[in-house]
Design a protein around this ligand. Structure first.
Ligand SMILES: Cc1cc2nc3c(=O)[nH]c(=O)nc-3n(C[C@H](O)[C@H](O)[C@H](O)COP(=O)(O)OP(=O)(O)OC[C@H]3O[C@@H](n4cnc5c(N)ncnc54)[C@H](O)[C@@H]3O)c2cc1C
Length: 457
């Protein structure tokens, strides 16, 4: 092979397509029984595939500048062009978030169709046993030998796209981190991001009966704030605003919740005192917030102000106390739901060891790390897929450039015979074995299509 990609997720498939379109022999190794499982489950089944407002400020990383180059080289507009070329209908939900109208399956199908057109070989249910680096005939300067349950493959370029640790039941593994360490790369500590927060002890007991309540809030932590809805769960807090802020929260950090986002709570209460002097505070709060939450606030956080009194009896200092509870609801999170439910993994392969324009290792030529395995994590809202597409494309281009066609004897117009003489099924994402010598009409057609569409970098 010319390029071996470990991991058939968003980043790996995108990288494989890019290198395949440049005439390289590309193999994707996926240990799960199908590719793109996270794409399938993303966005509630509709895949929030990008965000039109993507900027480097939407990402967390020890080096906040690292993501700039890849994001500039392959932008949301580029990905949208591909989506439109495949006639996938989409819509903007909010804040630049683009979702499929129908199903995430269409995005996976698009990626697999592109793989087929680019002659990419995809192997599912294939586990990597070990990776060695050594000089071979094909790669005298030192290539990679990837030993798998389907045999050994060698290639001058190896792309690690094995994702992070979130949702182990979907195939997530720490494999990429181990491989990075094997080749001398630093791996920054990982933790769950975009994840529900848990409460414990009295904090959990106080909210236990409120499970299911949703309301708009501004959640703030360590200088970052997000205004969106919040959901009270039986174990703690969730919803977009909490998931966003969870990526900035660590045990012991203060979490601030404003229950009247965009409004000045004191001014609101003072106006209501004038407008509804006979109304009880608890009734007024019940009109501002979900009723069960207002009742609980009065019982647990405001009993000392006697909320059953009419508004006209409240002095301004007393209203200030009430406003403080509304604007800085003092909840103490005890932890997160962890990788089991987290959408992403923070931390990972240290960007200091990678080129930001190609994702290539600075230590080991020909080795690339892309997508979530790298210490670049996006906000909720399509940013993580955009990082997967962008980092995948720049690595695919670079890997293709690394593997000089003449050097390895692969001509773009040569019929593509993969090593096991298989035929690719774009629907299942698998290669079907067939006796050697049979024609590879589909693959030749795919090659022709690639030739037509090949663009210089
Ligand atoms: C429930 C959920 C919903 C999400 N929704 C969105 C959304 O709407 N928008 C958005 O932008 N982001 C979303 N994300 C985040 C997004 O899915 C990830 O950031 C993105 O998938 C990362 O792409 P990746 O290719 O780096 O990793 P992955 O997509 O995780 O792909 C890695 C692949 O590598 C495979 N693999 C792992 N170890 C090995 C190994 N040893 N050998 C071979 N293969 C291996 C895995 O099985 C997997 O297929 C969501 C995440 C979750 C969990």
């Amino acid at each position: 092979m010319d390029v071996v990609v470990i991991g058939g997720g968003a980043a790996g498939l995108m990288c494989a397509i890019t290198a395949g379109q440049r005439g390289k022999r590309v193999l994707v190794i996926e240990h799960a029984n199908r590719v793109g499982k996270k794409v399938l489950m993303s966005g509630g089944g509709r895949c929030n595939f990008t965000n039109t407002g993507t900027t480097p400020a939407n990402y967390l990383s020890a080096n906040p500048h690292f993501c700039k180059s890849a994001l500039a080289r392959y932008t949301p507009t580029h990905f949208i062009e591909m989506v439109e070329r495949h006639r996938i209908a989409y819509h903007e939900k909010e804040l630049g978030q683009l979702f499929c109208d129908e199903s995430s399956k269409l995005i996976v199908k698009m990626l697999l169709d592109e793989c087929a057109a680019a002659g990419v070989r995809v192997e599912t249910s294939c586990s990597v046993q070990r990776v060695l680096r050594e000089a071979t005939n094909a790669a005298p300067a030192g290539g990679f030998e990837v030993h798998t349950t389907l045999g050994a493959f060698s290639a001058p370029a190896l792309v690690v796209a094995s994702g992070g640790l979130s949702i182990p039941s979907m195939g997530a593994s720490g494999f990429g981190y181990e491989l990075a360490r094997q080749f001398g790369h630093a791996v920054l500590p990982t933790r769950a991001g975009l994840v529900p927060l848990t409460l414990s002890g009295k904090h959990q007991a106080r909210l236990a009966e409120l499970s299911g309540i949703a309301l708009p809030v501004t959640a703030q932590c360590n200088g970052q704030s997000f205004s969106n809805s919040m959901l009270v769960t039986h174990r703690g807090l969730s919803g977009p605003s909490i998931l966003q802020v969870s990526s900035y929260w660590q045990p012991g950090d203060d979490l601030q919740l404003d229950l009247l986002p965009g409004r000045d709570a004191l001014e609101t209460l003072q106006s209501l005192r004038t407008e509804r002097p006979a109304a009880e505070l608890k009734t007024v709060l019940g009109d501002l917030l979900p009723k069960r939450l207002a009742q609980r606030l009065c019982e647990v956080w405001l009993p000392h102000v006697q909320p059953a009194r009419p508004m006209k009896q409240f002095t301004s200092p007393q209203l200030r106390e009430v406003a403080a509870v509304l604007q800085r609801w003092p909840l103490v999170a005890s932890g997160t739901e962890g990788y089991r439910t987290a959408e992403v993994t923070l931390g990972g392969v240290d960007t200091a060891g990678l080129s930001s324009s190609t994702m290539q290792s600075r230590r080991v030529p020909g080795l690339y790390f892309i997508g979530e395995v790298v210490d670049v994590t996006g906000w909720l809202g399509g940013y993580n897929f955009q990082w997967a597409w962008s980092s995948g494309v720049v690595a695919g281009r670079a890997a293709a450039n690394l593997v000089k066609t003449a050097c390895y004897g692969t001509r773009i117009d040569a019929p593509f015979h993969n090593e096991n003489s298989s035929r690719f099924n774009a629907n299942s994402g698998r290669w079907r074995r067939q006796p050697s010598g049979r024609s590879h009409r589909k693959t030749r057609q795919a090659r022709a299509s690639v030739r037509r569409r090949l663009q210089p970098d």
